[in-house]
Every structure is written in C-alpha cells, then in structure tokens.
Design a protein around this ligand. Structure first.
Ligand SMILES: C[S@@+](CC[C@H](N)C(=O)[O-])C[C@H]1O[C@@H](n2cnc3c(N)ncnc32)[C@H](O)[C@@H]1O
Ligand code: SF4
Length: 390
C-alpha cells in the first residue's frame, strides 16, 4: 500500500439543484426541477458500486469511509429518501469509520426544522449553513432569498440539534464598510453557538451575473490593500472568539476542523459522485500518479448516463507534475503547511524563489514541512505563482 493510502478516504456527493441561482455563483447549480427519486437513487448507487471496484483495483482500503459530504447546489433541498438511501448504500459498500463525519450544506431559506431533525436521525452529524451575510442589504445584493431573521432561526435550531455547526459568509466587497463588517461579525459570534466558520472574500467568477455586471461597471472590486485589511481584522475578531484559523478561509473551535476538506487539502483519496463531481485516487503503480474521475456536469445527462450502468465523462491519469502542483497548491493553503516528502519530483519548486521567500520570512521550510507564514497567507496566490515551476 502506498503512502497516500494511509490517508483518509472521503466521499463527496453532489446535489445540483437550488431554489434560485445566486448572481456570484459558478458552482454546478441549477434551478430546482421535478425529479424522479428512484432514478436518482439508482444512478448514485451505480456510481458508488463502480467506485468500490476502482478502490480495489488501486489497492486502496475501501472498508473505511472517514468522511461523507453532501454539497451542492443546495443539498438541504434533497428529498430525505435520497439522502437516506445514499447513506445506507455507502455504509453497506464501504463501511463507516466509527467517528465518521457526515456533513450536509443547508440554506436558511430551504430550512425546515422538521427536516433538520430527520437529517440528524438518518446520520448527518455536521451541518454547514450558507448564511452568506449578516446584513439584509447585502443579502439582497448577493441575491439571497433569506433574511437575517431566517439565519438566526436556522442557527438556533441547528445548534440545538447538531453538535457541529458551521457557517459560510461572504465579505470584502465594494461598498462594505470594515467597521460595519466587524461589528456584525462580533454581535453574531456573541449570540450564536458555532463550532466552525468559513469566511470567503467575494470573487467575481466568469459566467456569472456578477461577471457581466463587473464588465459593465455596475459592480466594482475592492483593491488588494482593502482586501488585506478585511482579512486581517477578521482574523483578529475570530481569534478573540477562540476560533483558530487553520486554512486560508477556515476557522474552527478546538477539535472541529472540517475533516472532509482537510483530506482535500492534504491530497488524500476521495470519491466524487453526482453531476459535475470529481474524485481523485492515488493509483497503485510505483509512480505516484493520481487518477481523476470526472462526472457529466449537466444533471439530466449525468442521470441518464448512469441509470443503467455507471459512466464517467472522463477518467484521466494525472502525470507526476500535475499531481505535484496540486499537492503543493492545496497543502500550502493550510496553516500547518505541507510535508515536502509528499512531492514526487522537487523540480516543481523553484528553489531560487524559495530561498528568497525564506529570507524575507514569507515562508518557513523546516523538518520536511513547508509553510506560508500566517500574516502572508493573504498573498497565497501570488506566492504560489512565484514558487512553482508551472
Ligand atoms: C457550494 S457553495 C454553497 C452552498 C449553499 N448552496 C449555499 O449557497 O449556502 C459553497 C460556498 O462557497 C461560497 N461562494 C460561492 N461562490 C462564491 C464567490 N463567488 N465568492 C466567494 N464565495 C463564494 C459561499 O459562501 C458558499 O456558501
Ligand atoms: S450559492 Fe448556493 S444557493 Fe446560490 S446558486 Fe450557488 S449553490 Fe445555489
């Protein structure tokens, strides 16, 4: 068994539907439509069975799923029967580790108390709520269907039902005042019982409504200095509330880091099932190659292609260079850094740049661990560009 097979094994399930499409979002999400539950369960099942075979082929221990993540789209809109079937089938096929983490993303607007309780009963033990903003004006700007009151109700109930609650927020956009943001964040943290928080600075993604608006001058971007100011002050507030930052956008109370995402950042093995989902496994050959399984993106195409027998859109052997670049770019997102022995061919690192970054105290390289020093994490992308021989 190779080194990577000692990592966690994760399963990602993609649900592609939402109540409406948010103007900033380039995820594979489509406005809700009528679906046939039996057909969806069948297609998920076919793919799960196919992936068990792939794990066996690649000599990966398949009898221990460490994490399962329902992402989207809006998986809280999924019919319970589908979620329940996926959990049961996965448990039968792979087996669950005793302390498996099972997360489901939920929107406050699709929130129903009864559904939360049911989700808990069928095995979900971590809920991630897409609050996105703590201000009604900005919730409107972000095209969200919920308001602050909905966020509060959803969070109160979620924390009564689940021991592990996470919230997603988007910040650092044009017109937002730093003082307003910090006071909203402080009063939110004072009044809620959370274990995990993801703070994303707004990015303008190609193909979204915001992209067009930006091109037409309707939406402006904030400059790098302002973005850094937002970033640093948010870190300060979160640490005052005993959240430790462990990744460029993620904060957790002690013992509540997201195990599923950690497995991505540490380049573990994961299976991706559902429209547009992709998975990556380390192949069993001597070279440290990875195999990527890519699913059909369009929900209807995915469903029909997988209904009778599993069918991936593409299965690619990633070469060593691609794998190494991925291991570096993902690993350096973590505050704890990356074990350099995970890199197969070190020529992917530009050592002249590395020495300069070390001299300037931007990165630290010690005892097999390379890490970006905390206060420079905001410049992650430009550091990666400088460090990596693409
Ligand atoms: C799969 S999405 C959302 C899950 C859920 N449907 C929701 O909207 O809450 C995961 C997260 O990515 C973040 N996100 C998506 N697009 C973004 C963008 N353009 N800029 C910053 N954050 C973004 C949002 O915080 C979102 O909660
Ligand atoms: S942000 Fe969430 S709710 Fe909005 S379109 Fe994207 S996946 Fe759907």
């Amino acid at each position: 068994m190779n080194k990577y097979n000692q990592n966690l094994l994760s399963l990602y399930i993609h649900w592609p539907y939402c109540e409406s499409k948010c103007p900033y979002c380039d995820f594979n999400s489509h406005v809700n439509e009528k679906i046939n539950e039996i057909e969806w369960i069948k297609s998920y099942k076919n793919q799960l069975l196919a992936m068990k075979e792939e794990l066996i082929q690649n000599n990966i221990n398949f009898r221990h799923l460490d994490t399962l993540f329902f992402g989207g789209g809006t998986p809280s809109l999924m019919p319970l029967k589908i979620v329940e079937n996926i959990i049961d089938i996965s448990k039968k096929i792979f087996g669950f580790k005793k302390n498996i983490e099972i997360t489901l993303e939920a929107n406050p607007s699709s929130y129903e108390n009864k559904k939360f309780i049911k989700f808990k009963q069928i095995g979900i033990n971590r809920i991630s709520i897409g609050a996105q903003s703590l201000n009604n004006k900005y919730l409107k700007f972000l095209g969200r269907l919920h308001n602050i009151k909905d966020v509060k109700i959803a969070l109160n109930d979620a924390s009564e039902i689940f021991d592990n609650v996470s919230v997603d927020l988007i910040y650092a956009f044009h017109g937002q005042k730093i003082h307003d943001w910090t006071s909203e964040l402080e009063s939110f943290l004072n009044s809620s019982n959370l274990q995990h928080l993801s703070l994303y600075q707004l990015t303008i993604e190609e193909g979204t409504k915001f992209f067009k608006d930006h091109k037409n001058g309707i939406i402006k971007l904030i400059d790098n200095d302002k973005a850094a100011e937002f970033y640093n002050i948010s870190n300060k507030v979160l640490s005052e509330f005993k959240f430790s930052k462990y990744e460029v956008s993620n904060y957790a109370k002690k013992g509540f880091k997201c195990k599923h995402n950690l497995n991505y950042w540490k380049s573990g093995n994961w299976i991706g099932v559902g429209p547009g989902a992709y998975g990556r496994l380390w192949s069993s050959n001597k070279h440290r190659n990875r195999i990527e399984y890519q699913n059909y993106k369009n929900p209807k195409t995915w469903l029909s292609k997988n209904l009778l027998q599993p069918k991936f859109e593409k299965i690619t052997k990633l070469n060593t260079k691609v794998s190494d670049i991925d291991t570096l770019t993902m690993g350096l997102r973590l505050y704890e850094g990356l074990e350099i022995s995970k890199i197969n061919n070190l020529s992917v690192i530009n050592f002249k740049s590395l020495c300069e970054l070390q001299k300037k105290n931007i990165v630290t390289f010690k005892d097999d661990t390379l890490k970006i020093n905390k206060k420079h994490m905001i410049k992650l992308n430009s550091i990666l560009d400088y460090l990596i021989n693409y």
